[in-house]
Design a protein around this ligand. Structure first.
Ligand code: MEV
Length: 433
């Protein structure tokens, strides 16, 4: 990629942006033409096959976050979001982190969990022993139900038995739960795991003497944890009014606050998910699954806490770390039919599911740094103002050059609201006559 060509990307017009992406060799000639001709959209005929009672395509903006360096590779991050400041903030933090060497990421394994839940098991000990003694048979049965995954080097790998104890407080009975742990290859794996879990359930019922309540994939994918880490020199954190060391210390305090207080942790993690969801949406992945898993992971010690950790190393650098369970895929599902999602993958250079998981955690950490740095320095509103002003200008009907003209005046006005925006637009229109 010829990065220099993308310099000041945000200042370019739409046509200049896509031309720059092409000249920088970030996209192919084909994608450049498709962007120009707007042919990367989901067609109504395909959409009509995706859901029941389809009537309309609901569109969100697709942007590109700049400046990311992940495992020494420069990447452009596709983001689909309606929130004005998300892409700008990600690019900003990407730059700060990139200047300090970028992200180091890791994903040691990527396995999905299928649950077979049993009730009314008379003798839990005997049932557990029976299941454990038949693990190999269960694995064989599971693999026979979805043999094609073996061709991709995947398949069922482990069987684990968990006892979920009865709880009088919630009036819940005891459950014996069998976890089938599956390597789903590049797929997110819901179909594979659910097919396998369904196939092994009758045998497990037989072995346990209990009754089958259900079998389904768990989105708490604790066997698919990705990690991102970055080390930021404080000089890159400085603002006009605060030195880098002070900003660093305040970011650390902000994380401590989000570790200690659930009210803050929810908003802190929401900021992280602003980035992660945007990439999940762009790449056609199931963001609800990742959201649910992430929030459960944030509560794993019994209290909902910050997902990220920011601390200081011996050299005084700010160190950011985050681990997340991620159930995503790089083939199948929405990706196989949605042209914009396919484009997002090409923009990312066709990452594997593990690589995409690692990118997602890095983006979440970057989004978090941008939010915290703004919050502990000048506050979040200032950075939001110009983007909000543009949204307001569009909302009152400004088009073309008038969007920027209204937005600029709006930022200097006493009240930034639609009434003022309308007045500015009316005045401009009168003057143009
Ligand atoms: C807004 O969408 C996200 C933030 O509230 C995140 C945070 O507070 O850390 C700015």
């Amino acid at each position: 990629m010829k990065k220099e060509i993308l310099h000041h990307f945000y200042k370019k017009s739409y046509a200049e942006k896509i031309e720059a992406l092409y000249r920088a060799e970030a996209i192919s000639k084909e994608d450049y033409e498709s962007l120009k001709n707007e042919t990367l959209k989901l067609s109504p005929s395909v959409a009509n096959q995706m859901i029941e009672n389809y009537i309309l395509n609901y569109e969100f903006p697709f942007g590109v976050a700049m400046n990311f360096v992940i495992d020494e590779k420069e990447c452009l991050i596709p983001m689909v979001t309606e929130e004005p400041s998300v892409v700008a903030a990600a690019s900003n933090a990407g730059k700060i982190i990139g200047q300090s060497g970028g992200f180091q990421t890791e994903m040691k394994k990527r396995l999905m969990i299928g649950q077979i839940a049993l009730t009314d098991v008379l003798d839990v000990k005997v049932a557990t022993k029976n299941i454990q003694e038949n693990k190999e048979k269960i694995i064989d049965l599971a693999n026979a139900a979805h043999p094609s995954i073996l061709n991709y080097g995947g398949g069922a790998q482990r069987v684990e038995v968990r006892l979920v104890e009865a709880d009088a407080k919630f009036d819940t009975p005891e459950f014996l739960v069998v976890h089938l742990i599956v390597d789903t290859g590049e797929a997110m794996g819901a179909n594979i795991v659910n097919t396998m879990a369904e196939a092994v359930a009758p045998f497990i019922v037989e072995l346990s003497g209990g009754s089958r309540l259900m079998n389904i994939l768990s989105n708490y994918s604790t066997e698919s944890i990705a990690t991102a880490r970055c080390i930021v020199h404080p000089k890159y954190l400085a603002t006009k009014t605060m030195n880098g060391e002070l900003v660093r210390d305040r970011i650390i305090e902000a994380t401590q606050f989000a570790l200690a207080d659930t009210y803050r942790a929810v908003t802190h993690n929401k900021g992280i998910m602003n980035g992660i969801d945007a990439v999940l949406l762009a790449t056609g992945n199931d963001w609800r699954a990742v959201e649910a898993g992430a929030h459960a992971y944030a509560s794993k010690d019994g209290q909902y806490r910050s997902l990220s950790r920011w601390s200081k190393d011996n050299e005084g650098n700010l160190v950011g770390e985050m681990k997340l369970p991620l159930s995503i895929g790089s083939v199948g599902g929405t990706l196989s039919i949605h042209p914009s999602a396919q484009f997002a993958y090409r923009l990312l250079d066709q990452p594997s599911a593990a690589e995409l998981s690692r990118i997602l955690v890095a983006v979440g950490l970057a989004q978090n740094l941008a939010a915290l740095r703004a919050l502990v320095t000048e506050g979040i509103q200032k950075g939001h103002m110009s983007l909000q002003a543009r949204s307001l200008a569009i909302r009152v009907g400004a088009t073309g050059k008038n969007i920027e003209r209204v937005a600029t005046r709006l930022q200097n006005a006493e009240h930034m609201n639609s009434k003022t925006a309308q007045k500015i637009l009316d005045d401009l229109s009168k003057n143009d006559l």
